[in-house]
Design a protein around this ligand. Structure first.
Ligand SMILES: [Zn+2]
Length: 442
């Protein structure tokens, strides 16, 4: 190859930084409201343009004006093989510039990090996918199986205008897809200088968001009153908020704890894993939430005047259920709440769990080990939910695998939806190399 040709082909590990930066500079704030959410269309058009430049056609499907989802298919060389779905969302949660050290949509590079809302959730992965696909197209690399790319809207507000919309109204785009990778997994957790766990998401908790409705007798605030909706609701909310649900160790968490126990050389009692989990540092918040159902009160609403007892009061509870436990959780909550308060589900999406085995897992593990000899891939359960919930309804086996090598001292889980969200530039480049290897070999 002449030097001219070489310079005309940017290295994907260089290009990923520019691509991620461009994406971070497109404000795609998802407020949860179609009138105030912005930028998803622009971001989808940016992705479409970057794919078109290298000869990949993409379709943009809007679920509502501006709520844009992009899907493209890279044909594989072996039509007999099932397709792999690679998905990333383009929206981000809001960011208040006053709270940040840099402007959240400036895409600034400082101290070896690329800063901005979405830097790890998840424009980093979107950029990695683009960088790999663009380099393949330029150099004539073709995957063996079809790879379907999906860049979605609305993940940060439940995916109704994003992945769920695609799965329900455009399921043909995912024909042949049996497996998928997306967020949140493939990131490193340093054990010591020479060893890093890479947490691959094989399970995620269910979403069980409830609204509680208490009813009482309206009345004057100055009088004796024993049927007050606010009091009844407050008691129920307090009982839920203070309750600790029993520990249930699922297969995924058991496998994760066994690896942790081995690598750290500590005993972990599977019946009482909490003490060990507490020692894991920043990721303890995620792992600790995956050994039991949880229920956190998040909103309260009642009343309209200081001296009027209202007839109704409502509260929202963010509940997350372990695989197979949604019905049990409902019964547990019913017991805590008592018979007089009504429960309405505002979101109910099942937990997911798959096994940590098979060719795809082997390919992920091998790609990680090739780029980091100290890599130790482990399965884990995410306490939150992702677009995988929607795609799994198409019968697709979903994994969280957006590879990222992180510095030992970075509080990674704290950066999700956090202030000063940023991604290490070398971690991003590592991710491109791993993803490239993985997609070539899977
Ligand atoms: Zn995300």
């Amino acid at each position: 190859m002449t030097s001219d040709a070489a310079s005309a082909r940017p290295d994907p590990t260089d290009e990923v930084v520019d691509l991620c930066r461009d994406l971070l500079r497109i404000d795609t704030t998802n407020t949860g409201d179609n009138d105030t959410s912005v930028g998803e269309r622009r971001a989808a058009e940016y992705v479409a343009e970057k794919l078109a430049e290298v000869g990949v056609d993409a379709e943009i499907h809007e679920s509502a004006p501006g709520r844009a989802n992009l899907v493209a298919r890279i044909p594989g060389t072996d039509p007999g093989r099932d397709a792999l779905l690679v998905h990333g969302h383009l929206d981000v949660v809001p960011a208040d510039p006053d709270e940040w050290s840099v402007h959240p949509f400036s895409g600034e590079i400082r101290d070896g990090y690329l800063w901005g809302r979405g830097a790890i959730d998840m424009k980093d992965f979107d950029a990695m996918v683009l960088a790999v696909v663009r380099s393949w197209q330029r150099t004539g690399v073709r995957p063996t199986r079809d790879i379907v790319l999906a860049f979605t809207a609305d993940e940060e507000a439940g995916s109704d205008y994003g992945a769920h919309f695609l799965a329900q109204h455009h399921r043909g785009l995912f024909d042949g897809c049996t497996e998928a990778i997306g967020e949140v997994g493939g990131f490193s957790y340093s054990v010591d200088e020479s060893q890093r766990l890479y947490l691959i998401e094989t399970a995620e908790k269910g979403i069980d968001w409830l609204r509680l409705h208490a009813k009482g007798r309206p009345g004057h605030g100055s009088m004796v009153h024993d049927d007050n909706a606010v009091t009844a609701l407050a008691e129920a909310v307090a009982r839920i908020g203070r309750h600790r649900f029993p520990v249930v160790v699922t297969d995924t968490v058991r496998a994760f704890l066994a690896e942790v126990s081995d690598v750290l050389g500590i005993e972990i009692d599977p019946e009482d894993p909490e003490t060990a989990i507490a020692k894991l540092g920043p990721i303890a918040n995620i792992i600790g939430a995956t050994i039991r159902n949880t229920a956190n009160p998040t909103r309260l609403a009642a009343g309209y005047k200081d001296n009027v007892i209202p007839g109704r009061a409502t509260a929202t509870i963010d509940c997350r259920s372990l695989p197979g436990q949604s019905e049990l959780l409902e019964r547990q909550l019913r017991e805590l709440i008592g018979p007089d308060i009504a429960i309405e589900y505002i979101q109910r999406q099942p937990a997911l769990e798959t096994t940590f085995d098979g060719d795809l897992v082997e390919a992920m593990s091998a790609a990680l080990r090739a780029e980091d000899p100290g890599a130790r891939p482990v399965p884990y359960m995410l306490s939150g939910g992702t677009d995988a919930k929607a795609f799994s309804q198409l019968g697709i086996r979903c994994f969280g695998f957006a590879p990222l090598r992180l510095p030992a001292d970075l509080n990674f889980s704290g950066l999700f939806h956090g202030i000063d969200e940023r991604v290490p530039v070398d971690g991003l480049q590592f991710g491109v190399r791993v993803l490239d290897r993985f997609l070539r070999s899977c």
